[in-house]
Every structure is written in C-alpha cells, then in structure tokens.
Design a protein around this ligand. Structure first.
Ligand SMILES: N[C@@H](CCC[C@H](N)C(=O)O)C(=O)O
Length: 260
C-alpha cells in the first residue's frame, strides 16, 4: 500500500504528518511508525502526527515519538499540525483542536509563524540544581556551564533513565542565560532518545522555570534553540502560569508517498 505523507519542521524539530480523517492508518503498529521516522530506512523525523476528525473541535492531534510509541503533548508538533491543517484547508488562520493534554487554541500568521496555546502550569518543583514541571510533557530544566560544548546526549540520557523519574522518564533541558529576556537551551527528548534541534514543550518549560526561580522577571521570553528561535509568553499569578503561548516558525518541507 502507498502511504501519502507530508513532512514539516518547526525550528528543526521534524515530523511526518498524515491526514487520517478517513481513519485508515494502523495506529497500533509501533514498528511501522518507528520505520517511517527512521532517517535511514524511512522518511526520517523526530515524530509522527495524525490529523483526525473530532466532533467538538476542528481536528484531533495524535502524536507518536520516533520510537513508534504514542506520547504526551508535542509543542512544535502541535504548531506544525496547525500549519498542516491550514494547508489541507481544514482550518483558516485560527483554530481550536484537541490533543492528549486537552484543548489548544492556535493561530497562523505571516511567514509560517504559528502561535500555540499551551496548558496552564500550576506546579513547578524547584530543587537546588534543577527544576521540574509539566507543560503537556514532563521536563527537567537545569542551568549548565558551557552549554555549547555540553554532552547533551550522555548527560540527558543519564537523567532521563536515572532514579529521579523512574520508568516514565522525562525530557531533559540544559540551559544558559543570555540576558534578562533570552535563554539558550538544548534538549534531550524522551522517545527520540537523543538531542533534537528544538522542543516546544521544553522551550515552554524553560521559560516558565526561569521565571519561577527568579532568573528573569519577564513574561515574554526568547528562546534560542539549536534549530532557530522561539518565543514563550504567559501570565503569572503567584505559582500559576496561564495564557501560555509558544510562537515560532512551522514549515512545510515536502510531501511524498512511501510503500508500507
Ligand atoms: N518535541 C516535542 C516533545 C515531544 C514529546 C516528548 N518527546 C515526550 O515524549 O515527552 C515538543 O516540541 O514539545
């Protein structure tokens, strides 16, 4: 069977997109999804996303990591799916859709910039050497010296599989402060089991964590990721972070068919 796919990327976090409104895709075929995401034996991507019909919203997002398993929310994937829905004509420039962590508002602007509403955050665990929070996916956030030369894969994997997070694990973000409203980060992604060029829920977690621990008093924060630039904005009320938006480019790369 020939499978039609679209490839998108958001600051270098790349995804295979499939229009599954007719419900044809074998959703439990972990091996197939892993092969489609494989950079040598398949199309190549950090994850695969299905766009499906939903009776109450514009569409449903179903997200898989490149290991073939369904996972929690993907911020860059969500932004790319909004651009994909726009390309398919499912939405115009504003949308509400449903994902695993609930409803998301989003808008498509000029130059493929997509702004995505993220879940509210009301718990930030502040520890001596790191912060942990859930922005739709779990994120460990840690400031490090010499981020440019830091071994993200080795240190990220040790934390992800270490005793802190048990079997479920966590995504791991290493951070450097650039100035009061800009931070650089590099992310080790659970389910990809490697550093990716960007992580949207990770950038969101870093922005909120840096505000929560007093590294910045800003509520609109620039994030330099390996694949480009993102902006995260939010409202803060005590320990509550609401109206959280993740903004950045979400670009169509190519489409094609692959034999499955
Ligand atoms: N790339 C993502 C995060 C995807 C989910 C993550 N790998 C997990 O399983 O927790 C993003 O942009 O947020």
């Amino acid at each position: 069977m020939q499978l039609e796919f679209y490839k998108y990327q958001g600051t270098g976090n790349d995804f295979v997109m499939i229009d599954n409104r007719s419900n044809f895709f074998p959703k439990d075929d972990v091996k197939l999804i892993e092969r489609l995401c494989d950079r040598r034996f398949g199309i190549g991507a950090d994850g695969l996303i299905l766009l499906e019909n939903d009776k109450d919203t514009d569409f449903r997002m179903v997200y898989y990591n490149s290991d073939g398993n369904q996972s929690s929310m993907c911020g860059n994937g969500g932004r790319c799916l909004v651009a994909f829905a726009n390309q398919l004509g499912v939405i115009k420039d504003k949308t509400i859709f449903i994902a695993t962590d609930g409803l998301h508002h989003a808008s498509v602007g000029e130059d493929a910039i997509v702004s995505l509403g993220m879940i509210d955050v009301d718990e930030v665990q502040k520890k001596d050497s790191y912060t942990f929070l859930n922005t739709g996916s779990p994120h460990h956030v840690q400031i490090v010296d010499d981020l440019e030369h830091y071994n993200v894969k080795e240190n990220g994997s040790a934390i992800r599989y270490g005793e802190l997070y048990g079997e479920k694990g966590s995504n791991v973000n290493f951070v450097k402060k650039v100035d009061n409203d800009t931070f650089s980060l590099r992310t080790y992604e659970r389910g990809v089991e490697d550093e990716t060029l960007a992580c949207g829920t990770g950038a969101t977690a870093v922005a909120i964590a840096m505000n929560a621990i007093g590294e910045t008093d800003k509520t609109s924060i620039n994030l330099n990721v390996e694949g480009g630039k993102l902006v995260v904005s939010f409202d803060k009320n005590g320990n509550q972070f609401t109206n959280v938006f993740l903004t950045g480019p979400a670009k169509f790369v190519f489409k094609g068919t692959i034999e499955i």
